[in-house]
Design a protein around this ligand. Structure first.
Ligand code: NAI
Length: 348
């Protein structure tokens, strides 16, 4: 039986993978993240499985291959944390779960937006204290407002539909506009200038790092609400903090944070050393931070487990790998003409 070294295990991961596994694989669950120091745990295994905040650098890639592990199953969609050049050179196949529930993430973005706008987080804290005052809890109708969607892939399109359901006008920006969406595409500058709500749904790439920086914020509609359920690195947190303080940004709902890997997914309440920017952000009344939990629904967890195990089934049976990330074709939106994936369905 093939053995999987499963890193960064949380109780909900184990539950969903055990339900889908049906004794196919021996899964060795480890709580630690996949790092170079944790590699000995993978000794004797045939595959490794890691999650979104693991830093899969050259040392990790080469360490896995040295141990005879030629496949890394990422149980997430994003892959900005993987050194693909190193993986390609070492012959490590990397598979992922491209979509597990775009609804989960889009609905979480909507939850952040509604909570911020109607001050649900403050109201819930007040009523717990038997404080039934409404002062300071005034929101605004979403109906008739403009939502700007940055990145109109699977999640962005669902969020656009949710906004339309509220009777909002929707503007979109995407590096690769898709006319089939029927969305009104505009430049990023125009989207920022006209939107009451801006929601980020594009990947973190070198060209999207700090897409929302001081310069972009200066062009934005005064007092807009920023929602980020995509990747923390899309937003310059220092610039956001200043904009929240001077009112340029009226509210921010953040499921991701650029330095989250050190903090998110764990109880860090006993750590005395704090991240200054994160501490200031969480302390603002018009900010809600959630711990990269937009994906966390029963449906999404079941899909993650099913697709991850199917990716490994395909790898070990020699079948084409629908969810392999190809170093040569990264960002090109499909296999390049000369890529072996076109002929073999695999990179290696
Ligand atoms: P997708 O691949 O379906 O869509 C991404 C869209 O971004 C595409 O339309 C693409 O053309 C566009 N894009 C690419 N480069 C761009 C650029 N430079 N500027 C503007 N747009 C650009 O991805 P999907 O499934 O919709 O996911 C979006 C993001 O959500 C992921 O990249 C991931 O980072 C994040 N995510 C967050 C989760 C969470 O739990 N918070 C869970 C799953 C995904």
């Amino acid at each position: 039986m093939k053995k999987i070294a499963f890193f960064d295990t949380k109780p909900y991961d184990k539950e969903s993978f055990e339900r889908q596994n049906n004794g196919r694989y021996e899964i060795r669950y480890f709580e630690t993240r996949l790092t170079a120091a944790a590699l000995p745990l993978a000794d004797g295994c045939d595959a490794a499985c890691a999650f979104v905040n693991a830093e899969i650098d050259r040392a990790v890639v080469e360490g896995l291959v040295k141990r005879g592990i030629k496949v890394l199953a990422m149980r997430c969609a994003g892959y900005n944390n993987v050194d693909f050049k190193a993986a390609y050179e070492a012959g490590l196949t990397v598979v992922r779960v491209p979509a597990y529930s775009p609804y989960a993430v889009a609905e979480h973005a909507a939850a952040l937006l509604l909570s911020l706008n109607r001050h649900i987080h403050k109201a819930a804290a007040r009523t717990r204290d038997f404080n039934f005052s409404l002062s300071g809890l005034t929101g605004f109708d979403l109906h008739g407002k403009t939502a700007g969607i940055v990145g109109t892939g699977k999640i962005g399109r669902i969020f656009a539909d949710i906004c339309k359901g509220f009777g909002m006008r929707v503007l979109a920006y995407d590096a690769f506009p898709n006319p089939a969406t029927g969305l009104e595409y505009v430049t990023l500058d125009r989207l920022l200038a006209e939107s009451d709500i801006v929601s980020l749904h594009c990947p973190l790439l070198p060209e999207t790092k700090h897409l929302i920086n001081a310069e972009a914020l200066a062009k934005a509609k005064h007092g807009f609400t920023l929602i980020n359920t995509s990747r923390g690195g899309l937003v310059d947190s220092e610039a956001l903090l200043s904009a929240l303080r001077n009112g340029t940004v009226g509210a921010a709902g953040l499921d991701v944070y650029e330095e989250e890997s050190e903090w998110f997914y764990e109880d860090r309440s006993d750590v005395t050393r704090q991240n200054k920017t994160l501490s200031l952000l969480v302390s603002l009344p018009n900010v809600i931070v959630t711990s990269h939990q937009a994906f966390l629904t029963h449906e999404a967890l079941a899909n993650i487990a099913e697709t991850t195990l199917k990716n490994l089934d395909d790898y070990f049976s020699g079948a084409p790998l629908a969810n392999e990330i190809c170093y040569r074709c990264l960002g090109t939106g499909g296999a390049k003409p000369n890529c072996p994936r076109r002929a073999n369905g695999r990179c290696h």
